[in-house]
Design a protein around this ligand. Sequence first.
Ligand SMILES: [Zn+2]
Length: 293
Amino acid sequence: MIIDGHSHLLAEYVRVGELQQHPDEVPEFDLAAFDAACEELDLQLMVTLVQDMTRIHGGWQGGHPLVAAFQKLRPDKVIGLAGAEPLDGNDQLNQKRLEEVEALLESGSLRGLVLTPPYGNFYANDPACYPFYAAAQRAGAPVFMHHSAQLASLLRAPLKYARTWLLDQVAADFPKCTFLIEHMGFPWTEELFGVMVSCPNVWTDISMSRARPHLLAWNLTMARDYGLLDRITWGTDYVGKWVDQWVPAVKADVEWLRAELNPIMKRCGWPELTDEEMDGLLRANSARLWGLE
Ligand SMILES: [Zn+2]
């Protein structure tokens, strides 16, 4: 079994005002194909992330109603996360979004929160972010953060907003909130590991890391020495609405991780991942993060 712990299935970029409300309104998305794919992939769960990108980029990746409806249709297979930009265009607290997020998380309509500081040009320790972290902590909802250099497209994401040390005080101030820092905080992975060692509520994922195979192998080797392998998850980071694109993305990642990663480690003289550690990456760690085991 596997868990795609970070995807954007049904969470494509749309401009403000063009948000779809329900999977039925997305002709390219095939719910029956999704059900079949869950069987074929032996998929325990898939996490799909909405990103609020209204402040700088004028749109959303996905939308709350659409992803909440998807989660409601398949509550055993889909976890949807809400997106939020804590600052509005005038650098003031985004009160409207805060109220929206509080309602979504309290009702369980969406089960986590996504912040993207480099895309929104704000710092993770800005005081405007704190009510959002408080809302997530109150609801028991994990906070995912795109807190790294840009990996997926050509969107400008200034690096000064992505330094991982900024998260140290944040995670300490919300000790009961789980933070998952996407993409191993690329390229500040060891700095992130420092935060993770001092804050047991900070996790990371290896999504979009396969393109740098030796770096990924080294980062996992470091994670072993820091004692952090059990707080690292995997996800495709697939963005789109096509199940028949998402399935090959899952297969390509899983097959590569199972067949190619350990040979690299072996060639480099680094400890290989055990079967249990590989299952942790591909499933068990995410299951623990979401309270499934
Ligand atoms: Zn992503």
